[in-house]
Design a protein around this ligand. Structure first.
Ligand SMILES: Nc1ncnc2c1ncn2[C@@H]1O[C@H](COP(=O)(O)OP(=O)(O)OP(=O)(O)O)[C@@H](O)[C@H]1O
Ligand SMILES: [Mg+2]
Length: 351
């Protein structure tokens, strides 16, 4: 292996470190990496970073972002291929002068599952709290609105009536928020068999009507997907919430030259979701080339009432995550400036 000089200190780390050139050719690996792959340092020679991954797509996107300097560092989840095994890793790429440095952290599937179960529980607790609060707020709202209307009828001065109308309008806005907080409790799925592309097309048409030529929408469907047994209206709701977020992020960033949303569908085999491995999982992605999720909310986007938009209520994603969970599915994302992808993962078959 060449260019080892300067990298030896990585041998002291327990983290797997791989050094490559700008073309992605591996130049050096540390001891932890040799242990992970159960291969000698020399055997990595002439291998590319890409060849370490079983699923090339996430790697390629991240690699391209790094070498084109669109971000300082990118983290993604990948599957690395070992001789007789596959390991899920969290991989980070960054540039150091003209070298690409990659860090690999194996992800214990137990941890992954615990994390998504914990997130789901957290959301449930928040929602329960907000729902109780919403019920408390709902009753007085009716009274305030009624009183404002009575007062409005008593007043002759139009300048004063403006205030009563303002009260009524603000109460209506609060009422809508309260209704949205209460609504997700109405569970119960009405499952039917359908082709997911019917939902995609409906959402596509709605988005076209809503945003017209303000942004481009590309469809990248895998036409061979099997039908799914799910609650069609709820899947539309999940999908629409995510698409609207993408559109709002794009329109909120006028510096983006050609705002584009890509609607993508794929199938994944042997996927771990929540607490089970499924033979087949439907992956519905919404990708945008917008500014990315603001840093200060990125860890909490699925929590209710967390919003990065002045006019947002912060309920879209928490509702979407709850609806996905009712289908034993999960919504996940990765986001950095220039590319945000939300994926709706819905199980088709259990192993
Ligand atoms: N594609 C995206 N790009 C950038 N930021 C996003 C994207 N999707 C979501 N976000 C951020 O996550 C926040 C939370 O989204 P969520 O849908 O839960 O609430 P909201 O859109 O603010 O309000 P609501 O959906 O209730 O009208 C958004 O306010 C936005 O800041
Ligand atoms: Mg939203």
């Amino acid at each position: 292996m060449t260019s080892a000089q300067g990298w030896q200190s990585f041998d002291l780390l327990l983290t797997c470190m791989v050094v490559a050139d700008r073309a992605g050719r591996i130049e050096w690996v540390n001891i932890a990496t040799q242990h992970l792959f159960e291969r000698s340092r020399r055997s990595f020679q002439e291998f590319s970073l890409e060849s370490l991954f079983e699923d090339k797509e996430n790697f390629q996107k991240a690699f391209e972002t790094i070498v084109n300097q669109r971000a300082m560092s990118v983290t993604f989840v990948g599957v690395i291929a070992k001789l007789d095994d596959a390991v899920l890793v969290s991989a980070s790429l960054h540039m150091d002068n003209d070298r690409v440095i990659m860090e690999l952290h194996p992800i214990d599937q137990q941890t992954l599952s615990e994390r998504s179960i914990r997130l789901a529980r957290e959301i449930e607790i928040y929602q329960e709290t907000f729902r109780n609060l919403a019920h408390e707020v709902k009753n007085p709202l009716g009274g305030i609105r009624g009183a404002a209307q009575l007062l409005d009828m008593e007043l002759d001065n139009p300048a004063q009536r403006e205030y009563t109308q303002l009260i009524a309008a603000e109460v209506d806005r609060l009422q809508q928020l309260v209704d949205r907080l209460i609504r997700p409790a109405q569970a119960g799925l009405q499952r039917t068999m359908f082709n997911i592309h019917e939902v995609c097309e409906r959402v596509y048409t709605l988005m076209r009507a809503e945003y017209q030529d303000k942004l481009s929408i590309i469809r990248d469907y895998d036409a061979s997907l099997p039908e799914i047994c799910a609650d069609r209206e709820k899947i539309v709701q999940i999908y629409l919430n995510i698409c609207r977020n993408a559109a709002q992020a794009l329109l909120g960033a006028p510096e983006i030259k050609s705002p584009t949303i890509t609607l993508k569908t794929r199938i994944k085999s042997r996927q771990f979701l929540l607490d089970k491995v499924y033979r087949q999982v439907l992956v519905i992605s919404v990708i945008d080339n917008g500014p990315g999720i603001p840093n200060h909310i990125v860890d909490r986007v699925f929590h209710p009432l967390v919003t990065g938009r002045p006019e947002g209520t912060g309920l879209g994603l928490s509702l979407a995550q709850e609806l996905a969970r009712q289908h034993k599915g999960v919504i996940e994302f990765d986001s950095y400036p220039g590319r945000t992808e939300f994926r709706i993962l819905l199980p088709l078959e259990e192993v």
